[in-house]
Design a protein around this ligand. Structure first.
Ligand code: ADP
Length: 290
């Protein structure tokens, strides 16, 4: 059998079992006979990931390891090393994204798996790739990503729990924190949409009650979405495509980031996709390249 493990800076993602091997699916929701078992653990709890592998994955399994913490995890799983394979992170992410899109296409969820596109992986940080058949060059990266959402919201208001941030952000008011085009032009009518951000975190007079944690969370997620989308769509334009696919765990259970990413991408004239299994692109890629 085969498995892929993407040990990232924040989360360890595991994909186990190719094709029909998976009859169950612990965390990914949709149970599909053609998808592997998908599970994740915080990198801070690496021992839990080690215990899961020891319990569930037979010793003779070929495991593809990828991600920044791969070597550390490998050192904790010596009994699997005889058949272990190291997979470069960017190859794994790209391969996984292509496989996920193909699976969605077969399931009738999206119709354009083979088309060229820019892949934006919003993990702890963000990296961009061009996907054109077997050619998958990395285009670059930015340090704004899911880690910024957790880190900056934590610095601003002490809220550091990812689940809490993602849950509260949709209830927040960005205008308590950001300066909008409408605010700059008021009372005149602005030449572009008034709710566009003129300057992130630049609201001149804070609201009397002060910004609430959910307002900071919304503003941080808004800033990350705006920059990630701007960079992604501009990269796509330079590459001669208008299709942008977003993956990475930052989209997991984060309704505001998903919504803003889709909305901004469309606003800038490109087509956006956020595949459900995008958080597992590295792990699924490592599984298939192992
Ligand atoms: P990496 O491979 O660098 O670990 P991921 O693609 O796993 O990156 O994305 C990490 C980001 O996903 C975090 O910065 C956070 O914004 C978000 N995230 C999603 N689920 C969780 C979780 N359970 N715990 C912490 N962060 C999470």
């Amino acid at each position: 059998g085969y498995a892929g493990i993407d040990a990232g800076g924040t989360l360890i993602k595991i994909a186990y079992g190719r094709g029909t091997a998976a009859a169950e699916n612990e965390q990914s929701g949709g149970v599909s006979a053609s998808m592997p078992i998908l599970v994740k653990f915080p990198t801070a709890e690496i021992d839990a990931a080690v215990a899961w592998v020891r319990r569930r994955v037979p010793r003779d399994t070929v495991i593809g390891f990828t991600g920044g913490q791969a070597q550390r995890l490998r050192d904790l799983l010596p009994e699997y090393m005889a058949s272990a394979v190291g997979i470069p992170e960017f190859e794994a992410t790209a391969e996984g994204a292509v496989r996920i899109l193909e699976a969605e296409k077969e399931a009738g969820e999206a119709g354009t798996a083979s088309e060229r596109f820019v892949l934006v992986n919003v993990g702890t940080g963000t990296s961009l790739h061009m996907i054109e058949g077997a050619e998958r060059p990395r285009l670059g990266g930015i340090g704004l990503g899911g880690g910024t959402i957790v880190g900056l919201t934590g610095l601003l208001c002490g809220m550091r729990d990812y689940g809490e941030i993602a849950r509260l952000a949709p209830l927040g008011d960005r205008e308590a924190v950001d300066l909008t085009v409408g605010q700059i032009y008021a009372p005149a009518v602005p030449p572009i949409a008034g709710d566009l951000t003129a300057a992130n975190f630049a609201r001149p007079v804070p609201p009397a009650s002060g910004a609430r944690p959910q307002d900071y969370a919304a503003a941080v997620i808004g800033m990350v979405a705006e920059i990630v989308v701007t960079v992604g769509v501009q990269a796509a334009g330079l590459q001669g495509t208008n299709r942008v696919v977003y993956v990475g765990s930052s989209y997991e259970n984060n309704a505001l980031l998903r919504e803003l990413t889709l909305r901004f991408t469309h606003m800038l004239g490109a087509a956006a996709q956020i595949p459900k299994q995008g958080p597992y692109s590295g792990a699924i890629g490592a599984l298939h390249l192992a």
